[in-house]
Design a protein around this ligand. Sequence first.
Ligand SMILES: Nc1ncnc2c1ncn2[C@@H]1O[C@H](COP(=O)(O)OP(=O)(O)O)[C@@H](O)[C@H]1O
Ligand SMILES: [Mg+2]
Length: 225
Amino acid sequence: MIIEFEAVSVERGAHTILRELNISLSESRIGIVGPNGAGKSTLARLINGLIAPSAGRVLFNGLAVAEHLNAVRQQIGFLFQNPDNQIVFPVVQEDMAFGLKHSLPDKTLRAARIQATLAQLDIADLSERAVHTLSGGQKQLVALACVLCMQPDLLVLDEPTTQLDLRFRNRLLQIIGQLPQPVIAISHDLAMLETFDRVMVIDQASIQADGPAAEVLPWYRAHYA
Ligand SMILES: Nc1ncnc2c1ncn2[C@@H]1O[C@H](COP(=O)(O)OP(=O)(O)O)[C@@H](O)[C@H]1O
Ligand SMILES: [Mg+2]
């Protein structure tokens, strides 16, 4: 997997959210940190074309994202910062089934995949729950289940642990640790990123630090506390 940003800028009115980013992402575990409003979610959304750059371009495995939106999105599992933006159907297993309709047309196989994914996350009991009755953390887990059950080639997770209690946070970290696919995670949970191959600090529209977690996290703690 390789994601390339070529002189990518994002502007909104007079405000530059990201300025001329040139980055190449190919590590298996990549963390993105930075203050609120720094442009982390914007960067993540560029990867699967949820937003388009104002200048420059983004490539996913050599494909220009803007020209191959469907092909790129089929390969990327994207977990939104707010699970309400992700879950559209009223019942948990229906929402998961919808996402799998095309890739897994056989109903029995689809139901088995859904149950296995819910069990993997320890939320098999939520399968038939109405989504509006779930807590924020439960919704975050359901949104993650939707993403995982599609078995994408890359996972992009925008603040995946913010609403989780300690038990589910640890469960999520364990699952992420075992996933064969590459993961790009935005997080304020620095302990989560300690084992990552690479961490980038975004601030003031640019990359302020970029390197192995063991180097970048102490630098970030020292400069942004
Ligand atoms: N559609 C938009 N229009 C105007 N400003 C936006 C838009 N989307 C994001 N922003 C602004 O861009 C900045 C970066 O946002 P975001 O990427 O969500 O930051 P982060 O995820 O790091 O907290 C923020 O100041 C935010 O208010
Ligand atoms: Mg964000």
